[in-house]
Each structure stands twice: as C-alpha cells, then as structure tokens.
Design a protein around this ligand. Sequence first.
Ligand code: MSP
Length: 507
Amino acid sequence: MQPCFITTPIYYVNDRPHIGHAYTSLAADVLARWRRLEGREVFFLTGTDEHGQKVEKAAGDAGMDPQAFTDEVSQHFRDLAVAMGFSNDGFIRTTEPRHKEACAALWQKLVEKGEIYLGDYEGWYAVRDEAFYGPDELTERDGVKYAPSGAPVEWVREPSYFFRLSNWAERLLKLYEDNPDFILPASRRNEVIAFVKSGLGDLSVSRTSFRWGVPVPGDPAHVMYVWLDALTNYITAAGYPTDHEAFAKWWPADIHFVGKDILRFHTVYWPAFLMAAGLEPPRRVFAHGWWTNEGQKISKSLGNVIDPLALVQEFGLDPVRYFLLREVPFGQDGDFSRSALVNRNNGELANALGNLANRTLSLIQRNCDGKLPPATARAPGDAGLGALVDALPRQVGAHLDRQEYHLALEAVMAAAREANGYITVEAPWALKKTDPVRMEAVLRHLHDALRVFATVLQPFMPTTMASLLDQLGVSEEARSLAALATPLPGGIALPPPSPLFAKIETA
Ligand code: MSP
C-alpha cells in the first residue's frame, strides 16, 4: 500500500494556540489515524512558522530576542498537540538548520531555472497576513487602508527579488483542470480558478526592511519572503534536498490541510514554486471554513478567543474532537456554541452510543455469565441492522477520502440509531426466560455492531474507543479495518462494562 503524507499548516508563533489551530490539526489527525487503520504507512506533519515581520514584531513587543521568543511559543503548539491527542509523526520549526538549507536549495534551483530576478517592489503589504495586495483589493476607513482580511496595509518600497509567477498561469489552470480534486471543496476551486484567470503578476519573494528570516543565498541583505520560507517546510520535512530516498517516498504530499484564508498561498504560489523548480505539486489542498463563537467573529480585541485546552478540560477530549468534526460540514464556516456541544454529547455520544454499549455489555455480563455469545447466522429480523453495519467501514472510508467528516459521523450515528431501535424491538432482557438462544443471538449481533462502530470511530475518539474495544474484548491486534473480517471467538470473557461518556448537566 502506498505511503501517505499528510500536513497541517505551520502555525505562526506570534500568538497562543486557539480553536482554529486545533481544528486544522484535528482534521489532519483523524485522516492520519484512518489511513493507519487501513494499514498504510503515514507521515503526519505539523509545526511552527517562525520567521517574518509579524513574529519579529511580536518578539519585540514581548521584549525578547526572536529566537528565545519562538522557542517559547513553539512549545505551546507542541503542548497543544499532546493535549488534543494528535498523532503527528513530525514537528518542524522553520528556524531549524535543515529547513534553512532546504529553502536555500529551492531558491538556488529557481535561480538556475531563470525563475527569479532582482527588481524593486513598490506596493501594499499587510504584516498581519504577511501578504501583498493590489490597490483594487483595498478598502479605506479613517484614512487607513485595509486588505480584504481586515488587516491594515502599509506602503512598501524596497529592492526585491521576484518570482516569475506570471509565467505559470496557464500551467496552474491545467493543473486544476487535470486534477479536479486538487482543490477541495469545489467552491474553493472555482474561486482559485477565477483568481488565476484574472491575471497573475510576478511575486515579490524577498524583503530588505527587516532581518528575521532565511537569508537569500549570495545576497544576505535580503531575507526570503516568509511564505516562500514557510511553504518550503513541507518538502524540508520530506527530506529535500539531501535525503533522496525519503523524498521519493513521501513527496508529493497526499494532502495539505489549510484554512480558507491561506488557500491562495497553497494552491497558486506553492504549486507554481514547485513546478518551476521541477518538483511535483501536492496531490490535494483542502480548505476548511472558519469558526465563529456564539455567532460572533473570533478576535483578540473582542476577547472571545476559544482556548482549546480549556474546552478539553471542561468537556473532555473526545467529546470536543467529536463535536468539532460532527457539527459543521468540513469546508463550511461554523458557529461554536456550548449548547450545540452539550446536545451532541448528550444525544449522540452519551445516549445513542454510550447507552447502547452499556445496555448490551451489561446484559452479556448478567445473562451470559460475562462470556461473548458465539457468532451466529442472521435471522430476518437482524438483516436491517446487519446490512447497515456491513456497509459502514466502506461508507466511512469513502467519506473520509473526500474529507467529509460530518457525513462519516452521520453514517455511524444512523447505524447506532438503528441498533437502538433493534434492541428495543428485540428486547433481549425479556428473552432470557422465553428464548435464551435468541437472546444470545441478539446480544451477539449487537456486540458485532458495536465492534464496527468502535473500530471506525477510533480516529475521531481514540481514548474512548480504546476503552470500548477493551470492554468488547477486542485485542490490540484486532482493531484494524482488515481485522473486522475475522469474527471474535465465542466464549471469551468480557470485563464488566463501565460508562463511556458522561452526560453534561446544564444549569
Ligand atoms: N503560518 C501560516 C501558515 C503557513 S503554512 C505553510 C498561518 N498560520 S496561522 O497560525 O495564522 O493559522 C493557521 C491556521 O489556523 C489556518 O489554517 C487558519 O485558517 C486557521 N484558523 C485561524 N483562525 C480560525 C478560525 N476562527 N476558525 C478556523 N480556523 C482558523 O496562516
């Protein structure tokens, strides 16, 4: 099976981690875990973006040297990964020597190919976005000009190296056309195509007005544009330019997860840099939407930034992971509300899934002496649930192949609702006296269903599903998708069940 390289953006270290960072990485984590369940070798990468004017300024404001400052803030992102249960295989920092070496190598390759030339840059720049804007993109309020993102811009005039982006429009359009799933969701693809068709100018790729960056080879008065530096992280981590074997194995990346705000950098500049250097573009870029908080835009000035660690502390890790991917179709904007989280937790996790598991396992404990009943053929009344359960792994896989997390979870919930209907209709508690053989069959079918639910939900809720699989008597080796083909032997002893999810009481 093909190895799989999955990335998150590298996060700016000017700030503490918030819900947006946690969200992008969570989506990547779930896909990485799913690919491992499929038996694929995965390289899941995240990290921090540590150069540029914005970080230099944040360090200055904190009265710190930029390296000491980035060392400190970068650690918060590592801590976030641990607290959120992310299974990243690598963590890259753009201040590492291996990364500066990769940037220099890519730059030199672009120079060799005639793709970079020296000129003068004059135009509008937003430090907050680390991006250049054309005059027609700006709006003005109280004498200050703003980029479409809301960031103020300043006029910049300095010598600069340029990348011949204008040469690449046709090849970019061909890339989008030949690979319809290169940019997902489709609405974002259309947006990018329209942008490229509107015409591409050359791109300023160096700055001279500050020092905190990767020096341009042979002209250290310039530092590389922070986006050229940052995007290069993906190939640095894959082994470029020195580890040819690793690079051949991991590149091109299977998917870059990004927020919609950084789509242009990943789908226009990045593939153009790569193609210009004779390297392959990534296979897919998926742009997710933005969260608001109880209907309001999230911003530091409004004081409504959501701290993912506080959420986890209050609601528990797995309910938070579940909610973020369940509530909002991945790709669309969504609103974070506490009541929505509580409803999902209580209705779907505690009731539909948790109670089902608890009722089934308690009955096996009580009525079957804690021993798993043997596998048995389906009676007509078992067929509906059986068909849903059989189809589930493939269905979840098909949704995850397109990053449709909410649909994957909806499919599991639909099957769990069916199983709840089944247990009510079959009433195995009443069969003990009347038909103990049927009782055992019903409990076994429910156990089989729970095993499938727990297996496919592992990437979303690793800790709770590990506990459910323990309670179901599924050994560590039997938790992959392939293992589902082998029924568990009847007669194995199951541990006494314990509740998986707590109901959240609201005042
Ligand atoms: N450093 C660049 C990325 C370089 S990648 C080569 C950067 N960093 S960032 O820290 O500002 O943002 C990282 C991610 O957080 C983006 O994917 C962005 O979309 C996401 N989010 C920031 N605020 C968000 C919300 N309110 N909601 C959802 N995601 C948001 O950009």
